[in-house]
Design a protein around this ligand. Sequence first.
Ligand SMILES: [Zn+2]
Length: 440
Amino acid sequence: MRFLVAVLLLSFSVAGVGQTLVFEDVRLVDVDSNAVGDPVRLGVRNGFIVDAESIADPDLVVADTGYLIPGLAEMHAHVPPMRLGDALVQDTLMLYLAHGITTIRGMLGEPGHLTLRQQLASGEIIGPRLITSGPSFNGNSVSSPDAARQMVRAQTEAGYDLLKLHPGLWPEAFHAIAETAEALGIDYSGHISTAVGLDRTLASRQGSIDHLDGYGQKLVPEDHPLYGTDPGLFAVNLVEGMDKALIPELARRTAEAGIANVPTQSLLENWASGDVEALFEREAMRWVPAQTREQWRNAIDNIRARVPEGQGERFIEIRRALLAALHEAGATILLGADAPQILNVPGDAIHHELEIYVEVGMSPAEALATGTTNIARYLDQPAHGCLEAGCVADLVLLAGNPLSDIRNTRQIQGVMRAGQWVDRERLDAELDAIAERASQ
Ligand SMILES: [Zn+2]
């Protein structure tokens, strides 16, 4: 009988269901109150946090002392298309997880990602929880308002979690998307098309504005020669005409509209500022396949050529000022870096993003909130982003206190996703294997 029970437990633990685990002597990081508690015992059963005293004989005890935070979310992530192969998809998912990310919002979905979402939810594939958009709504994919309505209905029926807006939409199509999505109760988020503009977006119930898109045009005063001219990607053509004095009002209006922002600031900083070679020499680049590195090399040369001479630093500075103002105004910021877009290595990029948030004036606790409690509120999922009994056991164990230095979010001793514990040794083995595959 004992033997049978042991066998059952083993098969359960492989599937990640039913496993019980106790963390000994962990300090819980309370993001909301900006405080770290005294060491406690914390129990996990069936993928949820429970009172440790209710577990008499845990399957696993984690005795490492450290700081426990809720798992992070990357709200502007990309999952590679399935046609690029299972290995690349699973390596990408593992990179997210190994960097403490237990939820990703895939911002360019496809039917295969719906299956993947299920495989991740069941523990069949180890990786973060996947929230996925459907295929893109843009000027090419949406031919008319009727076609837009039809697309919204089809994607909602297919089971996608949200709709992804890309550039090129006309106001009529945007309104058709918004109206149908609101009627069906599905989120629509992403870019702001030039013809749609920030004003229409703030008057809508769009979930999130990604990349701080749409603000740049509104920072050019009406009497400036650049006003109303082709903004280029993220308004990079308009940098010379932007007036920072207009930022606070836009931030205030965003907070009032209740629309969140996913800044993906690290992506834009890769594009426009600093030393490109230093970016290519980052240690995290070892996990990037040679072919992708090559693509990034070509893309970055191309993009930098489009940033007006000498305007890169100012572009970044204005975006940072906008991010700071949005935060000060009380607008919701959701953590998102846009990996694996150019020079944003999945997982690693989110830590750069967090560091930027602190550099613009958030406290480390506020920066952590963008990836934890803010996400739970945005998604209306109160069992996420928390560390109490009843919360989903999506956790990251850190060696150092992230409230004293945000860079301590990189000191990961292990990650738990829905009760499945992946310790440092296993993470290192996975990361080494990814680096090995990437080098071939
Ligand atoms: Zn993206």
